[in-house]
Design a protein around this ligand. Structure first.
Ligand code: FMN
Length: 312
């Protein structure tokens, strides 16, 4: 086993790097830049029961050290994704993680059951954290009872392991994480975007047509690190970490906080080669900071903690 390899429920990763959902489409555009087999895994754009056209434009805006988006889960619907998008990945040797979204628990169940029946899918990332849709999404991710219920029901329908994607837009992330672990989640994925807004001074109104969007990119990295660190102290399931990663050093920081693998989102828009570049740089960074493998670094940021930090 290479020193970059990681074994997670349903996922044998050759390295811990995967593009984050919504920042890599269904892989086709990026396949013009590099061989997707180099990736540890790919997390594809959210799937819902029916096609969604997303929110009105403008729906992205640049911010200091990041961006706001309010795409609104635009996708062709689960059946079209299964029939028209997934077969493309058979050209590559990398596991595919399906991001599953919905407005109701029944929609989550339907999408999870359909997509997990596909032989092209290795795991589900259950998106209970999208801040950009009117119904569903984040409402499931901000209430431990609803988060637990949707996790339990999706687990009962899914043929593959389920990683629940948590929202940072909560007061107490540990309560949500422990609730979904108790409901049977195989892993966690964190964090989704933080709600934000930007106002155009000339127009005197919010820049995004949806007014509110999700903030991503380097601006949110310290929030992600703090939440992963806190959650790691209270759960035993693995965490896929994300939020503002742009370098191999950032990846190591996420590993030390408690992530077992990471996803890279916004940075793909700035540099389409960011994932392979980070994979290439990782061995030297591990070595520089005294680690012989990815496995060796996971959770190592906790060793000097004298006591657990508070839950909020
Ligand atoms: C344009 C855009 C679209 C996104 N779409 C999704 C999505 O469909 N499903 C999801 O779970 N997360 C989605 N996300 C959130 C990312 O997967 C990721 O959790 C977040 O952006 C933090 O990582 P980053 O700072 O590296 O971008 C989206 C993010 C962006 C910027």
């Amino acid at each position: 086993m290479s020193n970059l390899a990681v074994e997670l429920p349903g996922l044998s990763l050759k390295n811990p790097i995967m593009p984050a959902s919504g920042c890599f489409g269904f892989g086709r555009e990026y396949s013009n830049f590099y061989d997707l087999s180099r990736l540890g895994a790919v997390i594809i754009k959210a799937a819902t029961g029916e096609a969604r056209f997303g929110n009105a434009t403008p729906r992205v805006a640049e911010t200091a050290s990041g961006m706001l988006n309010a795409i609104g889960l635009q996708n062709p619907g689960v059946e079209k994704i299964i029939a028209e998008q997934l077969p493309f990945f058979r050209n590559y040797d990398t596991p595919i993680i399906a991001n599953v979204a919905g407005s109701t628990i029944e929609e989550y169940e339907l999408v999870a059951e359909a997509i997990s029946n596909s032989p092209d899918i290795a795991a589900i990332e259950l998106n209970i954290s999208c801040p950009n849709v009117k119904e569903g999404g984040v409402q499931f991710g901000t209430d431990p009872v609803l988060a637990s219920e949707v996790t339990r029901r999706v687990k009962a329908k899914s043929k593959v392991p389920v990683y629940v994607k948590l929202s940072p837009n909560v007061t107490n992330i540990v309560d949500i994480a422990t609730a979904v672990e108790a409901a049977g989640a195989d892993g966690l994925s964190m964090i989704n975007t933080l709600t934000g807004m930007q106002i155009d001074l000339n127009a005197r109104k919010p820049i995004l047509a949806n007014k509110i969007g999700g903030l991503s990119g380097p601006a949110i990295k310290p929030v992600a690190i703090r939440m992963i660190y806190q959650v790691k102290q209270h759960v035993s399931i693995p965490i896929i970490g994300m939020g503002g990663i742009t370098t191999a050093e950032d990846v190591l920081e996420f590993l030390l906080a408690g992530s077992s693998a990471v996803a890279i989102g916004t940075a793909n828009f700035q540099n389409p080669l960011i994932c392979p570049e980070i994979i290439e740089a990782l061995p030297a960074v591990l070595k520089k900071y005294g680690f012989s493998s990815i496995q060796d670094a996971i959770g190592k940021g906790h060793e000097h903690a004298t006591a657990n930090i508070s839950r909020t």
